[in-house]
Write a protein that binds this ligand. Sequence first.
Ligand code: ADP
Ligand code: MG
Length: 238
Amino acid sequence: DAAVASWRRAHRVALRDRRAPKPVRTFLEAAFPPFLTAPLEAAGFDRPTPVQSQAWPIILSGYDTIGLASTGSGKTLAFTLPALVHIVAQDYLAAGDGPIALMLAPTRELALQIKAECDKFGGASGVRNTCVYGGVPKGPQLRDLQHGVEIAIATPGRLLDFLDAGQTNLRRCTYLVLDEADRMLDLGFEPQLRQIIALIRADRQTLMFSATWPREVERLAREFMSDAVMVEVNNAAD
Ligand code: ADP
Ligand code: MG
């Protein structure tokens, strides 16, 4: 489709994959449920960013997805909105212990940014999230986790503490996000990442979002993703 090819060129979206669905160029085209369109409108956003336009239909098609785009390009909502769609499509309020979506991030600051987007866009759906990270007492995080959550946003070390103690579990987890895996590896989280991922069912959907794609991260992707579609937004010239 020439229009799609020209959109991708204009937005520097590179896709080396025939399976990729065409990008959604407006929020309307994304066909999100009303609980998402309302906060998108309230946020005053004009249109999806390039990585969102192309990643949303790929993720919503169920593919493992790699999104590479520079800092500030809207990667958080690229994986958060499909997570909410994934969750509300199932019997999510049924008593289940442990999250349906797990979003791993390298730092507390980043985890809290993801949480803020989940709060803003998931609020109207009733989907509950919690954020767990180290350096603070465990009590309040544990209470939230055990109260029941559909989304857990976590730094690897603290989540593993809760998992090892049997205080939460990943039995329901079918949507895994590794945000800024490059930084997680730089910070030495690879052993914890491996232990966490080993607890998640193999038929999960796995997503990786990052600004860079070093060889060690690619190796991790090969091991933990199945046949992922890669979306790369090249803003080098901007
Ligand atoms: P990244 O993870 O790629 O570094 P973020 O997800 O943190 O980027 O997004 C950067 C900023 O852009 C955030 O303040 C976010 O709310 C905003 N943003 C996200 N999507 C859009 C959009 N479609 N239109 C305008 N702003 C957006
Ligand atoms: Mg980000």
